[in-house]
Design a protein around this ligand. Structure first.
Ligand code: SF4
Length: 541
C-alpha cells in the first residue's frame, strides 16, 4: 500500500514561508511507519520550494481593491498582488500520478485556503480515481460539509495519529471503517457516517515527526536549517477568537523534557540549528519549560541555537526567571499578544488580561536584549475603533514592535455563534488579508488605517537614531538627509502631516490613497504624545 500525504499550495496576498513546515503530516508519516513498516508513506509539500506567481484576484476579494490599490514600495506597504504560493495543479497531478498512490491524504489547516486543497482533491480524484482522505483544523470544523463533497471519501476530525493507524489497519484488513475513531466515511448508499472522537496516543508515545522525503533545504531561518517542534498539545484557556480546541482540545498534554531533547538530538545530528516551538501554549507549565531551557543551555550551548516560538507565548505565563532562561537558551525574540487594552471586551472574549504582568514581561525582555513583538487584534466583535486606537497608542509607548492582525472568523470558533451571519464565503472571512470579518465598509476602512498606522509606528521605532530622543518635526525637517525607504517613509509622513493626505509610493511617484482615514491618524498623533523606540530613545510627537 502506498499513501501520499499532500500539503497543498495556497493563494493569498502574502505567505509566511517560515511557518509552513508540514509537521502534522510528518507526525502521521512517523506513526504509520512505526506501525506498518511495509506501508509506503510519502509526504509531499506542494507549497514550499515551488515559488510563487501572481494570479488574478478572485471576484469574491474584489472589494479589497479599494485598499490594496497600488504596488506600494514604501515602508508602510500592505498588499497588492495576489499570488499562488506553491505548485500548479498540473505539477501536482504529474508528481502524485507518478507515485501511483492507493490513498491520498490532503491537509486542510486553514479555511482561507480550502479552495486550493479541494481543487486538488477534485482533480486528483478525477484523474487518478484514488480514495481521498482530508484532515486538519478546517476539516475538524466542517467535517459534514466537506465529506458531503462527491470527490471526498474520508475525513478525520481532531488529532490524526491514532485514527490514521486504525484506518490503515482496517484498510489492510476487514475494512470496518465504523471501527476507526474520529473517521467520517460514506456508506455504500452515500450516507455520511461520523465515528466518535477518541483520545489520541499518549503524547510521549508518538514517534518523532518523519521528515524523510521532504527537502529540508526549504525550511530555513536565514542560513540555518530550521525544524518545527511541538512540545505540548492543547490549551485549557478558552479565548473566544481561538480555534485550536477543535483539533487539540482543552486538555494540556505535555511531552517530557527527555522526549523533547531526544528529538532535538536527532535534528541536531541532521544539521538543524534553529527550532521553532509551535505549541499552542508552550509556557503553561512553567516548571517544565524552565527545565527544558536549562537542559538546552547545559547540553547545546556549543550549537549557538536560535529558538523561536512563532505561534506566540502567553505573557501571563512568563516571569523574569523564565525570560532569563529563554534568553540564555537561544530565544532572541519574544512573540506575545496583548490582543486589546479593552478589559470588558477581553472579558467577554474570555481572554486573560493582566496589564501589570504584560508591562513587566515587555520591560524585562527588552532589558535582556530580546526583540519583543506584541500583537493586537483589529476588529474584534464588539470593540470600537477608538478602543483599538487606544491599544495602538499604548503599544506605541512600549519598547516593542507592534504586530497587528485584523480579526478573521473561522468556522467553529467559539465566537461564531454570537455573531450575525456573514455574507461572504468562509474562505474570504477566514483570512487576515480580508481586513476583518465585517460587512461595514467604514469600519473596514478604519481597520485598514490602523493596519497602516502600526507600520508607521514600527518604522519610527526602528529608524536608526542611535538612541537619541528627538521631536518628530525635527526628524521630518531633516528628512532629506535620509535615503531609500527611510526617505520615502519620512516623506509620506511629512505629506500626511502637512497636507492631510496619505500617499503611497509606487517606485516612481507618490500616489494619493483615499481609503486611509486621515482624521483617525490625526487623533492618534494628538493622543500618543511620544513613541518609544527599540533603541531606548523616544520620538515626541
Ligand atoms: S491562550 Fe492562546 S491557545 Fe489558549 S485559547 Fe487563548 S489564544 Fe488559544
Amino acid at each position: 500500500m502506498r499513501i501520499v500525504f499532500i500539503q497543498p499550495p495556497i493563494e493569498d496576498f502574502y505567505s509566511t514561508p517560515i511557518r509552513l513546515q508540514p509537521i502534522g503530516l510528518a507526525y502521521l508519516s512517523g506513526v504509520l511507519k512505526k506501525h506498518f513498516p511495509e506501508v509506503d508513506v510519502i509526504v509531499k509539500d506542494f507549497q514550499q520550494g515551488w515559488g510563487k506567481r501572481s494570479i488574478p484576484l478572485p471576484d469574491a476579494l474584489r472589494f479589497l481593491k479599494d485598499y490594496y490599490r497600488f504596488p506600494d514600495r514604501s515602508p508602510f506597504s500592505t498588499f497588492y498582488h495576489y499570488y499562488r504560493f506553491g505548485a500548479s495543479e498540473e505539477q501536482v497531478l504529474k508528481e502524485v500520478g507518478a507515485l501511483n498512490p492507493d490513498l491520498i491524504g490532503i491537509s486542510m489547516l486553514f479555511t482561507a485556503y480550502a479552495p486550493q486543497a479541494l481543487q486538488l482533491a477534485r482533480i486528483l480524484k478525477k484523474s487518478l480515481n484514488v480514495p481521498i482522505l482530508l484532515g486538519g483544523s478546517d476539516v475538524s470544523a466542517r467535517a459534514n460539509e466537506l465529506l458531503a463533497l462527491p470527490f471526498v471519501d474520508f475525513v478525520i476530525r481532531g488529532e490524526g495519529e491514532r485514527p490514521v493507524v486504525r484506518f490503515v489497519e482496517e484498510w489492510l484488513g476487514k475494512r470496518r471503517f465504523d471501527k476507526v475513531p474520529n473517521l467520517g466515511f460514506k456508506t455504500a448508499h452515500e450516507k455520511l457516517v461520523f465515528n466518535d472522537l477518541q483520545e489520541n496516543f499518549a503524547i510521549d508515545e508518538l514517534p518523532f515527526p518523519d521528515f524523510a522525503g521532504l527537502n529540508l533545504e526549504h525550511y530555513r531561518l536565514g542560513r540555518r536549517k530550521l525544524s518545527f517542534l511541538i512540545s505540548s498539545r492543547g490549551c485549557p484557556y478558552r479565548c473566544a477568537f481561538c480555534s485550536v480546541h477543535q483539533t487539540f482540545g482543552h486538555r494540556l498534554r505535555l511531552r517530557s523534557v527527555e522526549n523533547i531533547l531526544q528529538e532535538m538530538e536527532l535534528r541536531l545530528a541532521a544539521g538543524v540549528r534553529a527550532f521553532d516551538f509551535e505549541d499552542d501554549n508552550l509556557t503553561l507549565d512553567q516548571r517544565r519549560f524552565k527545565t527544558l531551557c536549562k537542559e538546552i543551555i547545559k547540553n547545546y550551548a556549543a550549537y549557538d541555537l536560535k529558538l523561536l516560538a512563532m505561534n506566540g507565548l502567553a505573557y501571563f505565563k512568563l516571569d523574569d526567571q523564565t525570560l532569563e532562561l529563554m534568553k540564555d537558551a537561544g530565544f532572541g525574540e519574544l512573540n506575545i499578544s496583548l490582543v486589546s487594552l479593552n478589559q470588558p471586551v477581553l472579558k467577554q472574549l474570555k481572554r486573560p488580561f493582566n496589564l501589570q504582568k504584560f508591562e513587566r514581561v515587555v520591560q524585562t525582555a527588552h532589558a535582556l536584549g530580546m526583540s519583543v513583538i506584541s500583537y493586537q487584534i483589529l476588529g474584534l466583535p464588539g470593540e470600537s475603533v477608538d478602543s483599538m486606537l487606544q491599544t495602538l497608542i499604548y503599544l506605541s509607548r512600549l519598547p516593542l514592535r507592534i504586530g497587528v492582525s485584523p480579526f478573521y472568523l473561522t468556522p467553529g470558533m467559539p465566537l461564531e455563534g454570537s455573531l450575525p451571519e456573514h455574507k461572504k464565503p468562509w474562505w474570504v472571512v477566514g483570512r487576515l488579508s480580508s481586513l476583518s470579518a465585517t460587512e461595514n465598509e467604514a469600519r473596514r476602512q478604519r481597520i485598514f488605517t490602523l493596519f497602516v498606522m502600526a507600520r508607521m509606528v514600527n518604522f519610527l521605532k526602528e529608524l536608526d537614531l542611535s538612541g537619541k530622543s528627538l521631536l518628530l518635526k525635527e526628524i521630518l525637517a531633516e528628512r532629506n538627509n535620509w535615503q531609500g525607504r527611510d526617505l520615502t517613509g519620512l516623506e509620506i509622513l511629512f505629506k500626511l502631516l502637512t497636507e492631510d493626505r496619505f500617499y503611497v509610493f509606487d517606485g516612481n511617484d507618490f500616489r494619493l490613497h483615499p481609503a486611509f482615514d486621515v482624521d483617525l491618524f490625526k487623533k492618534f498623533m494628538e493622543e500618543v504624545k511620544w513613541i518609544k523606540r527599540l533603541d531606548g530613545g523616544t520620538i515626541s510627537v
